[in-house]
Design a protein around this ligand. Structure first.
Ligand SMILES: Nc1ncnc2c1ncn2[C@@H]1O[C@H](COP(=O)(O)OP(=O)(O)OP(=O)(O)O)[C@@H](O)[C@H]1O
Ligand SMILES: [Mg+2]
Length: 321
């Protein structure tokens, strides 16, 4: 197995590698922590490792029309060679790598966390640990969707089509293009910062253009009860579809789907959720690193409130978090 040499080289001195199994699409490591005298098992998916490649930047640079940016990242609509806006959008998010360079050793998240002040841990400021962690999960999610769609496994209609996925240090050409239109871009993406980038379907009817008049925008977006009304049954049906698929097939719970800026409508009227906050679930199946990351994103009430809603079934039918 090609990767095994790297694994052994990268094992920290307080850890001992007991055994590594190569299952074809993942590597399972059994390690021993010498200081605490405990053995533990982690696994690393090999398909993750093919993604570190930013070469696509040069192919896609015909032009980008700024759509907006939030704490998550920046979104642009790609322009075709003939100067017309395309049916594709590109999202760039700042995050940290999943692994140490050229290895299968997970990025040391707990180290990063321990150097972060409690105040910073709470804040969703761009470039802060919380938004970078949220972006790491969302990037993983879109990479997995891309992988499924490439394998011809279908994903629900309420999920956008994903055309490309890459991650790595940001290139200068792309950085210049981002900064040109995003007023906060210069600070948000320092030179050489690590980013994940995906090209997804452009969704024409969004909050910013009043959903092309397809639905009434005057409503109490924060009211779970109101959103459950029959008037919004199309959105709720789409939510049910995506919530079920994302939890049962991909192992994530989702947040922030009440937010009208995070979904839209295709020209044919179909609802598409293009910006879910995702958290791998349940924590008991996660390695320590990922469980720690998840705990930062759960927010008030933690993982428990999700477990409760999943167990009583309301998680699948109502956008509550
Ligand atoms: N696939 C897409 N098609 C069309 N518009 C999109 C698409 N993805 C995102 N957008 C739009 O681009 C804007 C920026 O998106 P992004 O998710 O980065 O930030 P945000 O939603 O404004 O903020 P936050 O990070 O707080 O969710 C949003 O207003 C969103 O409606
Ligand atoms: Mg958003």
């Amino acid at each position: 197995m090609v990767a095994s040499l790297d694994i052994i080289k990268e094992i920290p001195s307080k850890e001992e590698l007991l055994i590594a199994y190569d299952t074809g699409n993942s590597v399972i490591l059994k390690k021993k922590n010498l200081t605490e005298d405990i053995e533990y098992i982690t696994s690393i998916s090999l398909k993750d490792l093919t993604s570190q490649n930013t070469s696509f930047q040069s192919e896609q640079m015909e032009g980008m029309q700024y759509l907006g940016s939030g704490v998550g990242g920046s979104v642009y609509r790609l322009i075709n060679d003939d100067g017309k806006p395309s049916n594709k959008a590109i999202k760039i998010v700042r995050t940290f790598p999943k692994y140490k360079p050229h290895s299968l050793i997970p990025f040391n998240y707990s180290n990063l966390l321990s150097t972060t002040s409690p105040k910073e841990r709470k804040s969703y400021a761009p470039g802060g640990i919380k938004s970078m962690t949220m972006n790491r999960f969302q990037a993983d999610f879109f990479r997995e969707l891309r992988h499924r769609q490439l394998q011809d496994e279908s994903t629900p209609r309420s999920i956008p089509k994903i055309y490309q996925y890459v991650e790595g240090p940001i290139g200068n050409a792309l950085r210049e293009e981002i900064i040109k239109e995003d007023p906060a871009g210069d600070k948000k993406y320092p030179q050489g910062t690590y980013v994940a980038i995906w090209v997804m379907e452009y969704i024409p009817c969004i909050w910013a253009n009043d959903f092309c008049g397809k639905i009434e925008t005057k409503r109490n977006w924060n009211s779970v009860r109101e959103l459950n009304d029959i008037r919004y049954s199309q959105e709720n049906f789409a939510y049910n579809e995506i919530a079920t698929f994302v939890l049962d097939d991909l192992g994530y719970v989702m947040k922030d789907l009440k937010n009208p800026r995070n979904f839209g409508f295709r020209a044919n009227g179909e609802v598409v959720f293009f910006d879910p906050v995702v958290i791998p679930y349940p924590s008991q199946n996660l390695d320590n690193n990922t469980a720690l990351m998840a705990s930062l994103i759960y927010g008030f009430g933690g993982e428990k409130k999700f477990t409760k809603a999943i167990n009583n079934g309301t998680y699948y039918t109502m956008r509550q978090f």
